[in-house]
Design a binder for this molecule. Structure first.
Ligand code: ZN
Length: 154
């Protein structure tokens, strides 16, 4: 079951159509190959890092940011804004689920950097790198290093 978290105002976020924020635990678990919420907890994963962008087939919405836990998503405004702007970046830099496109991610990070400031997006990437280390996912660590390096050049 998914439930509506919020709607991003087009004028605030410079959008053609509003973007919805949905809480949908199953979509997030499936997108990341995690079996259960307990497993997330056990692995010490910060669920805010798992947010994904989905395009919309409806006339009303430009797309949806799907989050695991809406309250948790909103708990740190800086991080939340960085995630929102990064995900909005995926409107212009689409990616398909289960693939990783470093150029698209870097372009979306830049979107967050320019619109919500450096500290939120840096926090997000440092947390992502930590997660990669904790999971023993060397590829994630390396890709996140590349994204951090790109930010340092702006
Ligand atoms: Zn992304």
């Amino acid at each position: 079951m998914n439930c509506f978290g919020g709607i991003l105002d087009p004028s605030t976020y410079n959008l053609e159509k509003p973007i919805g924020i949905l809480e949908d635990k199953n979509t997030i678990l499936k997108a990341h190959g995690v079996h259960s919420a307990d497993q997330l907890k056990m692995l010490g994963i910060d669920c805010r890092l798992l947010s994904v962008f989905c395009t919309s087939k409806s006339e009303e919405f430009g797309g949806f940011i799907v989050v695991f836990d809406y309250m948790r998503f909103c708990s740190d405004k800086e991080l939340m804004e960085a995630i929102i702007w990064h995900e909005i970046g995926h409107l212009a830099n689409p990616v398909t689920l289960n693939t990783f496109n470093i150029e698209a991610e870097i372009a979306c990070d830049r979107m967050a950097f320019e619109n919500s400031g450096p500290s939120g997006i840096i926090k997000l990437l440092v947390k992502t790198k930590e997660m990669g280390k904790n999971l023993g996912n060397q590829l994630l660590v390396e890709l996140t290093n590349q994204r951090l390096y790109a930010l340092s050049t702006y």
